[in-house]
Design a protein around this ligand. Structure first.
Ligand SMILES: *Cc1c(COP(=O)(O)O)cnc(C)c1O
Length: 383
């Protein structure tokens, strides 16, 4: 079949809606605030933000002001929150577009407040408490002081108190319980001092999936909404992957035994075979290590085929010697289903020695994003 694109990712919006609904069911009374930072982990933030609007989502998390602006420019009016922090130069944009931001220190609160005052706009902020991640966030013992400073500032509004857990396993790691308890105690201390907190939020996908309670007013899943969770988490079995990744064969060549393939001649054929060249490489987001480790697998005509030789910038090569009738233009699947076979983001990540987040985030702009099921079902069938 003639394909329009060299390499493309299909983004299944029906699957995204399904995952959102499932997450909302598990979250109960806590609101789901989808995390769409880093272009929705490479899936394409705009299309997913539109689904969020369609499903009456309350707030969406982004990574920086440019991501917020990109959504605003395309007409997304949802409340947006920069989950981490911003540099001073980003502030005018945030204020103009009414984007909220995390705050991690009293000094930072003062600076943000002054800038907001100068620009004559009120900035909504979420106090970020560090309960063990050790990255951004105020230490718990200083949280009340910073919360008060925010509350007192006429150009800052305390919109929430948040934290972010460090364990990728959520509640399956005992550390999470300790971090959660510390967070809840910090929130109680702030409230007991009479500071109002509209939104308390802490749970990422792993915490939500492993039954963290209480969840607070909102949860911030990212990866789960894309249908990706470790096998150890029950929720993962009920999620649907939203991304599949494909390229088409642009060249087929029969090679003899002993033919070297790719940069550094890292692979040499052990038998006469047939090689397929694919127009997708590390500049598209296929990990270089996939070829280097010799463990990459793709699907061609429903059969598993090994990626052979080093992945190069624009191309990679696959041994298709055992696949009958393989043809130019055949679709090659890196992530997704063909016939009975299925390759998941998790499988690709494992083969490349990395985490699923890095795989999807690395998909570059050269990979066309093709939306499927873009049409929303009638409202009655969503809820
Ligand atoms: C990225 C991020 C999330 C989402 O994490 P997942 O593991 O993808 O669910 C939640 N909160 C914060 C602050 C984040 O930076």
């Amino acid at each position: 079949m003639q394909r329009r694109h060299r390499a493309w990712a299909e983004i299944d919006l029906a699957a995204f809606r399904h995952n959102l609904t499932l997450a909302q069911n598990i979250a109960g009374s806590a609101k789901v605030w989808p995390v769409l930072k880093a272009n929705a982990y490479g899936h394409g933030a705009l299309a997913l933000a539109r689904v969020c609007e369609e499903m009456d989502i309350e707030c969406v998390g982004v990574g920086d002001s440019a991501e917020a602006l990109a959504l605003r420019t395309h007409g997304i009016n949802l409340p947006l929150l920069v989950l981490g922090t911003v540099i001073d130069a980003e502030l005018p944009l945030l204020l103009e577009h009414h984007v909220e931001v995390g705050v991690h220190s009293e000094g930072r609160a003062q600076e943000l407040g002054e800038q907001a005052q100068t620009l004559g706009e009120i900035l909504g902020v979420h106090l970020k408490v560090d309960v063990g991640m050790g990255r951004l966030g105020v230490r718990p013992e200083a949280a009340l002081r910073v919360a008060r400073a925010i509350e007192r500032h006429p150009f800052l509004r305390l919109r929430g108190v948040m934290t972010h857990f460090s364990a990728p396993e959520g509640c399956h790691d005992p550390q999470t319980a300790g971090q959660h308890a510390l967070f809840l105690a910090t929130v109680s201390e702030i409230r007991a001092a009479g500071v109002a907190i509209p939104h308390v939020h802490c749970a990422n996908s792993a915490a939500l999936a492993t039954g963290l309670q209480p969840l607070g007013d909102a949860v911030r899943p990212g990866i789960a909404l894309f249908g990706i969770l470790p096998d150890s988490m029950e929720m993962g079995k009920r999620l649907k992957p939203i991304l599949s990744l494909h390229a088409q064969i642009v060249f087929l060549k029969d090679i003899p035994t002993g033919a070297p393939v790719g940069y550094g001649s890292r692979w040499t054929s052990h038998r006469p075979t047939r090689l397929a060249t694919l127009p997708i490489g590390y500049a598209d987001g296929i990990p270089y290590r996939l070829g280097a480790q010799g463990r990459g697998t793709v699907l061609v005509r429903g059969q598993r085929c090994p990626v052979v030789g080093a992945v190069s910038m624009d191309y990679c090569t696959v041994d298709v010697g055992h696949v009958p009738d393989v043809q130019l233009g055949d679709t090659v699947t890196f992530i997704g289903k063909q016939g009975q076979e299925c390759l998941r983001v998790q499988d690709l990540a494992e083969a490349a020695g990395t985490i699923p987040y890095e795989i999807t985030c690395s998909l570059s702009g050269r990979v066309h994003r093709v939306l499927t099921h873009a049409q929303a079902p009638s409202v009655s069938s969503i809820r």
